[in-house]
Ligand binder design. Structure first.
Ligand SMILES: [Zn+2]
Ligand SMILES: [Zn+2]
Ligand SMILES: [Zn+2]
Length: 261
């Protein structure tokens, strides 16, 4: 069975890069890979297209990458840098024959979405043009076309958030852990042998809710995937300079990066 084509819509931390008002070397860099919108990834198989998270840059990300097909939206957690583009799913209701957008989220994330976006998600649909969602609570692995999505519970400060393993034909292709400050043994066992690991690497210094660069590299060394891509970067990490220091097999994702797995 063919694999998946993935496009990194965003690879930055919650502030994005450049940061408003910051004149540091990374925020003023002319390297386009140092311009990072909020973290999100778009996946396409022959049968199905879906996005993981819709942050505040979701509309411009879709326009930039020409995203017009969307069969489902998957959420990792309800921090604003991952959900605030939800209302920009409305055009996909117009584009889709069903007029609806399936939304997959863990229970607590779905509760938060329905609270924050109550005007759209409370089921009343009072006005034409509002988002109409089909809620799906994620508690166990589920299928989107021929792609199996396995939830991966990981610590993110005091929260537990949900990364995802994408597999096809029982082949573990892509593990997405954009926000975490550790990867428990049970999750490592689920993703060991994955082709491509995408993992949080916020900055050089330790952080209470995110992995830093050294921690991400250590986890990549333990799991030994074919390829590791770092994401959710802050302006502490310039692309070219940081990438030059990474071990073989580890590189840095950037906005607009396309890969096949
Ligand atoms: Zn800066
Ligand atoms: Zn977060
Ligand atoms: Zn985040």
């Amino acid at each position: 069975m063919p694999g998946l084509d993935l496009t990194f819509l965003g690879t930055g931390t919650s502030l994005g890069i450049p940061v408003i008002g910051c004149n540091c070397a990374v925020c003023t860099s002319t390297d386009p890979r140092d311009r990072r919108s909020r973290a999100s990834v778009y996946a396409r198989s022959p049968e199905c297209a879906f996005v993981i998270d819709t942050g505040p840059d979701f509309r411009t990300q879709c326009l930039r990458e020409g995203v017009v097909d969307l069969d489902a939206v998957i959420y990792t957690h309800s921090h604003t840098d991952h959900i605030m583009g939800l209302d920009d799913l409305r055009p996909f209701c117009f584009l889709r024959p069903s007029g609806t957008v399936p939304i997959y989220a863990p229970p607590e994330t779905m509760r938060d979405l329905e609270r924050v976006f109550r005007f759209a998600l409370d089921g009343n649909h009072r006005f034409a043009g509002y988002l109409i969602h089909e809620p799906h609570i994620v508690e166990e692995p589920f299928m989107l076309g021929g792609t199996k999505l396995t939830p991966l519970p990981v610590p993110h400060g005091k929260m537990t958030v949900t990364g995802y393993l994408l597999s096809r034909d029982d082949r573990p292709l892509f593990a997405y852990l954009s926000d975490c400050n550790g990867v428990p043994g049970a999750v490592r066992n689920l993703i060991r042998g994955v082709d491509t690991l995408v993992i949080d690497a916020l900055r050089r210094a330790p952080h209470p809710t995110h992995l830093n660069l050294d921690e991400a590299i250590d986890i990549a060394a333990d799991l030994a995937p074919n390829r590791t891509l770092l994401t959710h970067l802050s302006h502490d990490l310039g692309h070219a300079e940081t990438e030059a220091s990474l071990p073989p097999g580890v590189s840095i994702a950037y906005d607009g990066l396309r890969i096949s797995v």
